[in-house]
Unconditional design. Structure first.
Length: 257
């Protein structure tokens, strides 16, 4: 595995995925740069979620590799690794379905998420350190939940739950965080706030996002990769992507905007 240029945190090399003769992805090749917000967009069934499944080793590709370039460490081949190991390597993923403990407070959910804490029992017997607590509160602040620390997660608004989940990923200090439709079900103000959160957190990690809301993409994207029927249609900044005739024909004209 050769060293790429310093900026690359993830190299996706010619990934193809075949499910029973159907290609969900065909020769997808791109690289994700450190400290950027990188969007994957495209119509339903384009292969976006499948690509995240490949990155986190939930799905094995038919061919191709994904290489992670952690800061100050040797490159790591993610394809072929065990899924649980990917997290310990420094790659976090927030799924579409919220997975917070509704009966615990925001702060307790954060404690459970701390690296090294293996579950509820462990967090009862090993109290988090002062530093951990300071870290939890500064992370909550970054997603705008610092004044909600003592609230039961179950009574948070939909948007706040999503932000808590982002904070639960962040407190583990990932180098890459992956979000599948983080603004789904949100109204305009919450979606906007989510965009601002992504721009804030990219200072410390790389953000890979799938999203359909084009205003949200415009607000937060550094780079956009457009997928269509499992193939890469184009990649560039949002202005170029929106101006592209093919993108307009296959995606924007069909409810993408
Ligand atoms: N495990 C699987 N077995 C068979 N086919 C699958 C599997 N997972 C995904 N597919 C198919 O692969 C294609 C890509 O699916 P994927 O979920 O990656 O699309 P997507 O871009 O995330 O779409 P959406 O915007 O609807 O979430 C779809 O046609 C889907 O039905
Ligand atoms: Mg999807």
């Amino acid at each position: 595995m050769s060293k790429l240029n310093e900026d690359t945190v993830l190299a996706i090399n010619n990934i193809s995925v075949c499910f029973d003769g159907f290609y969900a992805l065909t020769e997808v090749k791109t690289s994700v740069k450190r400290n950027t917000v990188h969007f994957f967009i495209g119509p339903n069934g384009a292969g976006k979620t499948t690509l995240l499944d490949i990155i986190c080793a939930k799905t094995k590709p038919t061919s191709g590799t994904v290489i992670f370039y952690p800061k100050g460490r040797e490159p790591v081949r993610l394809t072929g690794m065990k899924e649980y190991k990917i997290v310990t390597e420094g790659i976090g993923r927030k799924f579409q379905v919220p997975s917070v403990f509704v009966n615990l407070t925001v702060e307790e959910n954060m404690i459970l998420s701390l690296k090294g804490h293996k579950g509820i029992l462990d967090s009862i017997f090993h109290k988090p350190s002062k530093e951990d607590m300071a870290d939890i509160h500064s992370t909550l602040k970054r997603v705008g939940l610092d004044d909600r620390a003592d609230v039961r997660a179950g009574s948070l608004a939909h948007g706040e739950k999503q932000w808590l989940e982002i904070a639960m990923q962040l407190v583990q200090k990932p180098e890459i965080i992956m979000l599948d439709e983080p603004a789904a079900g949100m109204g305009k103000p919450e979606t906007f706030k989510t965009g601002e959160i992504l721009k804030e957190i990219k200072k410390e990690c790389t953000v890979i996002v799938i999203e359909h809301d084009m205003d949200f993409v415009k607000q937060a994207a550094d780079i956009v990769t457009v997928l269509h029927e499992g193939k890469m249609l184009m990649e560039g900044n949002i202005t170029d992507v929106l101006a592209d005739k093919t993108v307009q024909a296959v995606y924007l004209g069909r409810g993408g905007e």
